[in-house]
Design a protein around this ligand. Sequence first.
Ligand code: ATP
Ligand code: MG
Length: 439
Amino acid sequence: MVTCSQPYKGVLSLPKHIQAIRGMNDLLPEHAHYWQFVEDTLVGTLARYGYQEMRTPILESTELFERSIGEVTDIVEKEMYTFADRNGDRLTLRPEGTAGCVRAAIENGMLRNAALRLWYKGPMFRHERPQKGRYRQFHQIGVETFGFAGPDIDIELILVSARMLRALGLTDLRLEINSLATPEVRARYRSELVAYLSAHESRLDEDSKRRLTTNPLRILDSKNPEVQAIVADAPRLLDSLDEESYAHFRTVCAVLDNAGLSYTINPCLVRGLDYYTRTVFEWVSTALGSQGTVCAGGRFDHLVEQLGGPPTPAAGFALGLERLVVLLKERDAVVPRSAPQAYVVHFGEGAARSALVLAESLRDTLPGLRIMVHCGGGGLKAQFRHADKSGARFVLVLGDTEIANHVVTIKDLRDTIPQQTLPRADVPALLGKFLQTVA
Ligand code: ATP
Ligand code: MG
């Protein structure tokens, strides 16, 4: 209320509306079907390969990420949402799902003679600069396997990810693969790379100069064209793989060839996280600029041990769901919506209650039927408008006459099937038939 003693300053003087946090989005109902389609399709594909769901908390102790992701990565250096809770414990909103999954597997004793194929989905949090395809709360479906040392699981993971993306109708993505060898080989390569890049230090950008001492391998995937030109002539890790990593990589490539999956070997492909070993891969779209990677993963044979578990080979990947949804929307992909199939309108004394009872009995008799009952009153004309808006194909009418005669009128909103009035007991059979006709 505005009082006389305070001059009225207009809308601006009203309390500010509380808004969502920057980079964290609401998912509104009109977009929900994209997400349901993406999640159902991806999870359905994982079931076809025998992967099982795992759920872990969104909050973990900060140390888990410092020890797994690596202290000199972008994520740990500047992207984590970290705070002290009421007990003063340092907690972090998970920036990715692998660390929590490994922690849970160790803690629950799942890694003895492990042969695990797991998946998880949910929100991740990184304090990045929000832009299309990059948010501060985003969602991933991730897949992790434990206990498989050979290249067979790397290949399976790549094939699963390929099928997941195909199932969404995304058939024009590029698969890039590389090998990051073992930590020992990488350490030797790191000094070679640093020696080479130091010789060109004056031409490196600030970011790369800093990384020269912290995380030089990340310079390889710099987006800066001038840095890229220097990197083009840098020594390549792929040329100095140890024998086993080489054989591993050769098998991965050979089986992908046999499976008819095209890929590009990208010697500059290094992942943002420190823990990868040997095979790494990414699925990239050209449609999203520098947010083009929709799926990324690889092998991480030492992470379990690094987090205090028994030595356990591991490999996995994660898909960024926002980027997949953006791609589907940009392509005007036809994505199924689970609109109601039927809508009940009613008019007159007691009809509202009859309508609710009728719909309940139809749901009992016709499993899977999606039927809505009009609520909130209003004339038949207005109710028909609501029915139309709901996306339902059929309207069940319970007017005065129908109530008096214990009948129901079924109307096809597209006017293809002639309208019929029939006894209530016959409604399930006829509605069932109608739905089959239009399916
Ligand atoms: P980028 O290079 O794009 O920052 P990343 O290497 O940091 O990606 P990963 O940690 O490998 O990404 O995560 C796997 C996938 O999760 C990415 O390929 C991407 O699809 C998605 N992703 C990562 N960060 C974000 C973000 N901030 N917003 C939306 N999706 C993201
Ligand atoms: Mg990133």
